[in-house]
Write a protein that binds this ligand. Structure first.
Ligand SMILES: CC(C)(COP(=O)(O)OP(=O)(O)OC[C@H]1O[C@@H](n2cnc3c(N)ncnc32)[C@H](O)[C@@H]1OP(=O)(O)O)[C@@H](O)C(=O)NCCC(=O)NCCS
Length: 175
């Protein structure tokens, strides 16, 4: 990516989301290949990454989740989701999930743009409280910059793709 490539954040659904499933899967696979603890283990074939986004697309169709994609020069380079469907006693709450930026596009502000838009979309969907968890130090700094409150760390909560355990930090933000 060159510096003059404009970043566009778009909310994807329906046919537009279906058309981007392989590109979203490629971003997820790149992050897992880079060692990110984002639910999946190595080796992580493209078909499994695509299947993960097919399941997400179903929830988007049902209005249970929203998905944003970051485009640079027309290519998908990042994505994030907000889970909207939570138990009946938590209608005001959403969960941010799978903030992913492909390695070649990092440290250009794309993660921040995705998070800012995710918060805007969550607010528009009627949410007044968001939570998330992360095993990434890069992500932790990003969330703190954006005003998220760090709750604490659960040691050994998840695994890295290579099987090592990793700590996970929980955050919340009132919208
Ligand atoms: C966490 C993640 C999404 C951040 O994405 P990103 O696009 O690199 O995020 P940003 O560019 O907004 O911020 C990253 C850094 O780049 C810096 N930056 C932003 N724009 C910049 C620019 N134009 N020039 C130089 N640096 C810049 C930021 O200040 C920040 O600095 P820091 O590392 O000192 O905190 C990305 O690292 C990732 O996908 N990681 C793997 C997946 C993962 O673990 N996700 C978290 C799941 S909760």
């Amino acid at each position: 990516m060159t510096v003059d490539e404009r970043i566009e954040i778009r909310r994807l659904e329906g046919a537009e989301l279906d058309a981007q499933l392989d590109n979203l899967a490629a971003v997820l696979a790149d992050c897992v290949a880079g060692g990110a603890s984002v639910s999946f283990m190595a080796p992580f074939p493209h078909e499994e990454a695509r299947a993960a986004f097919e399941a997400v697309a179903l929830e988007v169709d049902q209005g249970r989740r929203l998905l944003l994609a970051a485009f640079a020069g027309g290519e998908v380079v990042g994505t994030v989701q907000v889970i909207l469907a939570l138990p009946p006693n938590q209608p005001h709450r959403g969960e941010v999930a799978k903030l992913l930026v492909r390695r070649s596009a990092r440290k250009r502000g794309i993660g921040q743009l995705l998070m800012e838009r995710a918060e805007t979309e969550a607010r528009a969907a009627g949410k007044s409280l968001l939570v998330l968890d992360t095993a990434s130090g890069d992500a932790e700094r990003l969330y703190e910059r954006l005003g998220w409150t760090r709750v604490g760390v659960v040691p050994g909560f998840a695994l890295y793709p290579d099987g090592r355990r990793c700590d996970t930090t929980f955050f919340w933000k009132a919208l």
